[in-house]
Design a protein around this ligand. Structure first.
Ligand code: ARG
Ligand code: GLU
Length: 728
């Protein structure tokens, strides 16, 4: 409690100087030096060595990079994996048919024999992390050209990868940190037989769907279960019935004691990407240029899709997943802009920069090396700003929102392979493309895409300006009488791309020569080429050298910040590598007069329940359990906890990360952030930034009482850490 009040006071009084608990995604091997003391002062009873050790089993041995895009944790001695429902979604969908709709009804293996294989799905563990900065930067000098520097670094990295100590079955990756000022190597082991064990129905695992996405208070049971299988030697093996459950070096015991405000929490996982050290001018550019551009583009598509999905249940099924993925970013960026403004992130950065400039000016050697950084950023951003907005507009519109043009992009790659790489490369890509397009066209409505095209092109012409629309592009509209709808109708009638069957028949039956000739005569394909050419010549190409300059300057700025603010603790931006975040269970004040509590309950699910609704339906069995208050050992004073929030610094990729208590037990499952705080990717603020977790007791309740998969509960280790340690 005391620590919480203190951190609140600090948050208000000292907006940027000090790092306060909550902010930061830390490297596990540096916890001892940088964080252990603070973690313990927040209530942690473990040591840094309990979290990350190379000599003995530690928490890190239970943390898994799931499929390369999510996190999972090992929760039994038999390799049982816990991750999010939305992380397992693809696998669950792949096994679903009309008769066995596991997305809709859930799936529960009744024994190991019924667990389902997912070829291609992987589980990666971290064996060891090593600081290889000296090796990677060996021979790199300050006066080297950018090209010489990069080529030296590439050589050094290759050398490190080749010579690092590791076993045959292990892999190594080397990655830059702090914008290229440090390098770490990760020795990993990747298991290739990962089977689906259980998943609740979407009415639990995706309860609240897009309406509730990114929002607190939340009531989603966003979890699914998988299992790692290994060869008899416990080493990675291709998927095979002969494989056996993986025996981990460590698995997480599960606490039944629940959480309270102020409890210490640790989130362990693989956050994808953040940008915490940008200059103010870059944040300004994101908040006022990039984000509004992508939001306004997606606005249009989502509006057209939503209308069609509401009118036709078949369209709803076909577009549900695409809608969710487009809406996910769209909603997050709105929260990001809002949060940046609300916390005056740009003003805060400006003040930080004033301080930086003052300190730099106080020493001639700093002034010499770093004095030019901030003014140069201003100049560079003035030049790249419009180009980057054009890039965003091009990629969003042409490669994401208009589906026929996205297909054109894949086809262009095919055409290029035919022309430049020969028939073999062509055939190889064609087969993969055909497989992809078969799935794509099952969920594609040309008439809908045509409407999106007309709306999107109107916006593209209006806002894209000369950078994106030249005479060649414009003449296509002119030919259609300057009417976007007429143009769309003609284009979709005259092109092969909106007609899946015909396009697939062409790809499968004709030779490369014929395919290329047909495509090059196709109006949608030709339009794509014009749009792409215009974008590349006016924005894409000119941007390349400027972006390199920015990256280079960012490396210097990062280094300068670390040198000039020598007392400040720095954590590296997320880059898909293993990190530890920590904070406390705590609510927040989203706006004037409103206080959000940290925990939600099953009552809240019932409050949101709308019978038959595609987002807020509740399964009958869950309603019955609720009516009987049949919560087994998982309830708390006759109520069932569902989700909770904390001040842990997380981002995309942290989905499926375990939330761990002061003693190393599992208490929750991370799956989202609260809307008002999604700007934590650019500017963490402890007053607003919260991660959202499923309470582990809700997960156990659903497995045990709802799914009656008792055999899974039996292989877990359930503990009562608070009861055991009461008074100690
Ligand atoms: N916002 C979460 C994330 O970024 C959850 C996304 C999946 N859920 C959804 N309703 N689309 O991944
Ligand atoms: N849902 C996100 C994911 O898939 C986590 C939410 C966030 O961005 O923090 O990683």
């Amino acid at each position: 409690m005391k620590a919480r009040i203190l951190s609140l006071l600090l948050a208000i009084a000292l907006p940027f100087q000090l790092l306060i608990a909550g902010e930061g995604m830390w490297l596990p091997l540096l916890l001892k030096a940088l964080n252990e003391e603070e973690m313990q002062s927040l209530g942690m009873k473990m040591t840094a060595e309990d979290i990350y050790s190379v000599n003995r089993g530690s928490l890190k041995d239970a943390i898994v990079h799931f499929g390369g895009f999510c996190t999972a944790s090992i929760i039994s001695p038999n390799g049982l994996l816990l991750t999010n429902h939305h992380c397992g979604y693809g696998a669950i969908q792949d096994h679903s048919t009309l008769e066995h709709n596991y997305l809709e009804d859930g799936f529960w293996a009744r024994s190991r024999d019924e667990e389902l294989m997912n070829p291609g799905l992987t589980a990666t563990l971290i064996v060891r992390i090593e600081d290889v900065t000296d090796k990677v930067l060996r021979g790199v000098t300050a006066d080297m050209s950018r090209e010489a520097r990069q080529s030296r670094i590439d050589q050094n990295m290759a050398y490190v990868r080749e010579h690092i100590h590791k076993e045959d079955w292990q892999d190594v990756t080397v990655k830059p940190f702090f914008h290229g000022n440090q390098y770490f190597a990760f020795v990993t082991v990747t298991y290739r037989d990962v089977r689906l064990v259980g998943a609740p129905p979407s009415s639990i695992g995706k309860f609240g769907a897009d309406t509730d996405n990114w929002v607190w208070p939340r009531h989603t049971g966003d979890f699914s279960l998988f299992r790692i299988y290994a060869g008899p030697d416990n080493l990675p093996a291709d998927p095979s019935p002969d494989n056996v459950p993986y025996r981990p070096k460590h698995f997480l015991p599960i606490s039944l004691d629940g959480v309270e405000e102020g409890d210490f929490t640790l989130v362990f996982g693989f956050p994808g990407r953040t940008n915490e050290y940008l200059p103010a001018v870059a944040v300004d550019h994101i908040a006022n240029g990039i984000d509004p551009t992508r939001i306004e583009i997606r606005d249009l598509t989502l509006e057209v899709w939503d209308e069609a999905m509401r009118a036709d249940p078949q369209v709803k099924i076909q577009y549900a997943s695409k809608f969710a993925s487009l809406a996910n970013g769209w909603k997050k960026w709105q929260g990001e802009v809002l949060g940046l403004k609300k916390t005056d992130a740009i003003g805060k950065k400006r003040r930080y920069e004033e301080q930086f400039a003052e300190l730099v000016a106080s020493r001639p050697d700093w002034q010499e090396r770093y004095g030019h950084i901030l003014p140069t950023f201003e100049q560079l951003y003035a030049r790249v700003g419009p180009l980057k907005v054009a890039r965003t507009r091009y990629y969003e519109t042409v490669t994401r929102n208009i589906e026929a043009l996205r297909v054109a992009g894949y086809l262009r790659r095919l055409v290029n392979l035919w022309k430049n790489n020969g028939p073999e490369a062509y055939a190889d890509y064609r087969d993969r493309l055909v497989a992809y397009l078969e799935g794509f066209y099952r969920n594609y409505r040309p008439e809908l895409d045509q409407r999106v095209f007309a709306r999107q092109m109107a916006l593209y012409f209006e806002k894209g300006g000369e950078l994106l629309v030249d005479e060649a592009v414009r003449s296509r509209l002119t030919a259609a009488g300057n009417d976007f709808n007429t143009w769309a109708t003609a284009l979709y009638a005259g092109s092969l791309l909106p007609k899946g069957e015909h396009l697939l028949a062409l790809l499968q039956q004709a030779d490369g020569e014929k395919v290329v000739a047909t495509l090059e005569a196709d109006p949608a394909y030709a339009l794509f080429l014009d749009l792409e050419r215009r974008y590349q010549e006016s924005a894409g190409k000119p941007l390349e050298p400027l972006q390199k300059e920015i990256d280079e300057l960012m490396r210097l700025y990062m280094r300068a910040q670390m040198e000039v603010f020598a007392n400040k603790r720095f954590y590296p931006d997320a880059n898909g590598t293993m990190r530890v975040s920590y904070g406390q269970v705590e609510g927040y004040y989203p706006r004037d007069g409103v206080h959000y509590l940290a925990q939600t309950w099953l009552e809240g699910v019932m409050e949101k329940y709308v019978p038959g609704d595609y987002e807020f339906d509740v399964p009958e069995k869950l309603r019955q359990l609720y009516a009987r208050k049949d919560y087994g050992p998982y309830g708390e004073n006759g109520r069932m906890p569902v989700c909770f929030i904390g001040s842990n610094h997380t981002t995309g990729g942290n989905s499926g990360s375990p939330a761990i208590d002061a003693r190393g037990n599992l208490i929750g499952l991370n799956f989202d952030r609260a809307w008002e705080g999604t700007m934590s990717d650019l500017n963490y603020d402890i007053r607003l930034c919260r991660n959202i977790m499923v309470d582990i007791r809700y997960v156990l309740f659903i497995i045990d009482k709802f799914a009656e998969a008792h055999w899974l509960i039996e292989e877990m280790k359930l503990v009562h850490p608070k009861k055991e340690h009461r008074g100690k």
